[in-house]
Every structure is written in structure tokens, then in C-alpha cells.
Design a protein around this ligand. Structure first.
Ligand code: GDD
Ligand code: MN
Length: 381
């Protein structure tokens, strides 16, 4: 594996912090396993200026093995180290694993194979599928791992969401906006890349050979923050919809309040009062949606987005009346107190239309971005 001219097809990224004792064990082992499986690979060590001399150990190994060393002096952290390793790769497939022997090196061909043969986009080593198992962890470590798994429910289909052993086709990483916070870079990538073909490979997680674990209370707290961000990312539309409905309710109150005020203060015709109520409610709804409901609402040009929102509300009203008209003319729903249901269905349909229209047009920075024809042609070529 020393023929340096032929580019590697796989990069094995090893993030390291104080792994000087482990690198001379794991790197030859990785190279042996890859050679045996006829995989052209390289190892990328990403070290954060470990005081135990990990970096010079890695550089020494690079004389005999296909190893690249990235030594970071300023930056710190597992997730950002992994991303730096991926960035340095030119290979078709990237793998990340612990440098301490926790992840079984002999499983590399199973992690890499489906990616090279285009049968999977992502492969993840899992302790929780048939054939996988955990190290003999003390009860509190198992409890932490289990809790971490439960908190990430709904984010991915992975059976071992806290796994740190993964392979990915590098093209999937292009264009992803990854947050290098926290410890769980695998979960971050799987949620954001949303690979359609994810295969789990059973692994036996072993306790590290030598050295100590860097998993800390701080890492666990940042995991909670990380999860919050991931849930927000994954369920963004649902959260926006719930907020949109709350704003809708507030709009009813504003509308009613305005009608009462106009009536009581100026004794206007009730229909005129209704126009006043509607106009004010559309405006307060707009502002709340812009600054609160829609994640990217405030990035849109104000007036344009406001006018489109008003138009969307108009369309919503028309759809509501149309739906109610159909129900009244073609069903028996609208008899007795049935009018309440007829109206309710009208509101539900209009809410869906309003939400979809608001999200897709009024509060979509991409749709509303002002582009001069010159800029337009620049982005096209
Ligand atoms: N560059 C860099 N910077 N590397 C780091 C840092 C850092 O700040 N912190 C940890 N590492 C490296 C370690 O040297 C090791 O190679 C790997 O990241 C994992 O760290 P460990 O300290 O061995 O973590 P662990 O074994 O306690 O945690 C494991 O279990 C989790 C599953 O519950 C890891 O495998 C995690 O990846 C896994 O998610
Ligand atoms: Mn470990």
C-alpha cells in the first residue's frame, strides 16, 4: 500500500486526542485489513495538538504507511476534527472510527464494501443489530448510552444513534451545512444528509486498548444542545406549522378585538368593522409569522413578502368558501348544527392552503430574492 501515486479510494479518518500508544497498533492493523480486502486506502489522522506526542507518532508511521497527518493547533473538538479529515479527503469513500481500538478494524471491509459498490450511501457500525454487542460497560455508562438513544428517537432510523463508526460516499457530504458541535458527528451527518440507503453493520464495541476516554460531562451537555438543533432541523416544517396555527388563533382574537373597538367607539357598520378587523389581523399575523413562525421569514424583503402573504390569505379565503360551497350543495352536512362542522372543515382546508402558500412564497427567501437580470445570467453560467 505504499504506491502513493495511485489515489486512495477510501480515506479512514482517525480523530485523535492523546492516542500516542494506540496509533502504532491500529494503523498497521487498518492497512493489513484493507490490503487483504484489496481496498486502496489511506489513513488521515486529525490530531488536536495532543500533549502526549500523538502527532509525531503519526508522522513516524507515515514513513511506512499511507498516512496523512493533520495537526490542529487552534481548533478543538471531535466533530470538527472529523469534518476536517473528510475535507482533506479526495477519495470516493470516507470512514470515521475511534483510534483507540473501540471499533473493530476487521469490520472495515463490510463498512466500505457497500459504498464502493454503490449499494449504500452510508454504512454505520451498530451494537444493536443482530450480531452486534457492547463492551462490558458499567451500569452508568450503559444508562447514559441508552438515554442518549432515547433522546434521539425520531431523528433517524439508526438502531445505534450514538455510534461513532461510519462510512459515507464523499459526494454526499458536498453542499451539506454541518454543525461541528458536540460529539455525535455521525448522527449529525445522517440527519442532514438523509441518505436513502443506510446499511447497519453489526459490530462489537470494545473498550479502548490504552489511554482514557475523552467522553466528559461537557460532551454530554453539548449532546443535549446538539439534539435540540437536530430536532429543530428535522422537524422544522412541523414546528413552523404549529406556530403558524397559534398565530392563526391570535389573529381571531385580534380580529374580534378590532371589530368590538370600531363598533363601540365609532358605531360603524358591522361589515366595515369586519374589514378593519381582517386588515389588522392579517398584519399582526404577518408580523408574528415573519419574526416567529418561519425560521427564515425575516430574510425576505418586507413589503414584497407582506403583499404576497395578503394575497395568499385571499386565496385561502376563496378556497374556504369554495370548500364550504361544495359541502353545502353536495352533502347533507350543513343541516342543524352541521354548519359548525362545515365551517370548521373550511377553516382547516384554508389553514393548509395558507400555510403552504406562506412557506413556499411569502416567507421563502429564495423565491423572493431580488435578482437583476445581470445577476440571473451570472448564476446560470
Ligand atoms: N481530534 C480530536 N479532538 N479527537 C478527539 C477529541 C478531540 O477533541 N476527543 C476525542 N477524540 C478522539 C479520541 O482520541 C478517539 O479516537 C475518538 O475521538 C473517540 O474518543 P473516545 O474518548 O475513545 O470516546 P469513547 O470511546 O468514550 O466514546 C465512544 O463511544 C461512543 C458511543 O457511545 C466513541 O466511539 C464515540 O465515537 C461513540 O459515539
Ligand atoms: Mn473509544
Amino acid at each position: 500500500m505504499t504506491e502513493n501515486e495511485i489515489p486512495a479510494e477510501v480515506s479512514i479518518v482517525l480523530p485523535t486526542y492523546e492516542e500516542a500508544e494506540n496509533l502504532p497498533i491500529i494503523i498497521p492493523e487498518i492497512c493489513r485489513v484493507l490490503l487483504q480486502a484489496s481496498i486502496r486506502g489511506e489513513v488521515i489522522v486529525v490530531d488536536d495538538d495532543s500533549p502526549d506526542g500523538t502527532c509525531s507518532v503519526a508522522e513516524k508511521l507515515a514513513e511506512d504507511y499511507p498516512v496523512k497527518v493533520i495537526s490542529r493547533k487552534q481548533e478543538r473538538g471531535l466533530a470538527s476534527a472529523v469534518l476536517a479529515g473528510f475535507k482533506a479527503s479526495q477519495a470516493k469513500v470516507c470512514v470515521v472510527m475511534d483510534a483507540d481500538g473501540s471499533h473493530p478494524v476487521e469490520k472495515l471491509p463490510e463498512i466500505i464494501g457497500p459504498l464502493l459498490s454503490d449499494q449504500a450511501d452510508v454504512t454505520v457500525g451498530s451494537r444493536n443489530v443482530k450480531g452486534g454487542s457492547s463492551a462490558n460497560w458499567p451500569w452508568y455508562r450503559r444508562l447514559i448510552s441508552r438515554t442518549a438513544g432515547i433522546l434521539s428517537a425520531g431523528l433517524s432510523k439508526m438502531t445505534d444513534p450514538t455510534s461513532g463508526f461510519m462510512g459515507i460516499r464523499r459526494e454526499l457530504l458536498a453542499g451539506l451545512k454541518l454543525d461541528p458541535i458536540g460529539w455525535k458527528v455521525v448522527l449529525e451527518i445522517v440527519v442532514k444528509a438523509a441518505p436513502s440507503r443506510l446499511i447497519e453493520i453489526p459490530i462489537t464495541f470494545r473498550d479502548r486498548h490504552l489511554g482514557r476516554s475523552k467522553m466528559s460531562i461537557k460532551a454530554q451537555l453539548s449532546y443535549i444542545r446538539h439534539l435540540y438543533h437536530l430536532h429543530k432541523f428535522k422537524h422544522q416544517t412541523l414546528i413552523e406549522f404549529i406556530k403558524f396555527c397559534i398565530v392563526g388563533f391570535s389573529g381571531i382574537l385580534v380580529d374580534m378585538g378590532m371589530v368590538i373597538a370600531l363598533k363601540e367607539l365609532f358605531a360603524l357598520d358591522t361589515r366595515i368593522c369586519a374589514i378593519g378587523g381582517f386588515s389588522l389581523a392579517v398584519t399582526t399575523n404577518y408580523l408574528l409569522n415573519r419574526f416567529w413562525s418561519f425560521t427564515r421569514g425575516r430574510e425576505t424583503p418586507f413589503l414584497k413578502s407582506y403583499l404576497i402573504f395578503c394575497a395568499v390569505c385571499g386565496v385561502g379565503l376563496a378556497v374556504r368558501l369554495g370548500t364550504m360551497h361544495l359541502l353545502i350543495e353536495y352533502t347533507y352536512l350543513d343541516t342543524g348544527y352541521g354548519y359548525l362542522l362545515t365551517n370548521f372543515i373550511g377553516i382547516v382546508v384554508a389553514t393548509a392552503v395558507n400555510f403552504a402558500g406562506s412557506k413556499a412564497f411569502a416567507f421563502s427567501p429564495e423565491k423572493l430574492a431580488f435578482r437583476s437580470p445581470k445577476e440571473e445570467s451570472r448564476t446560470n453560467d
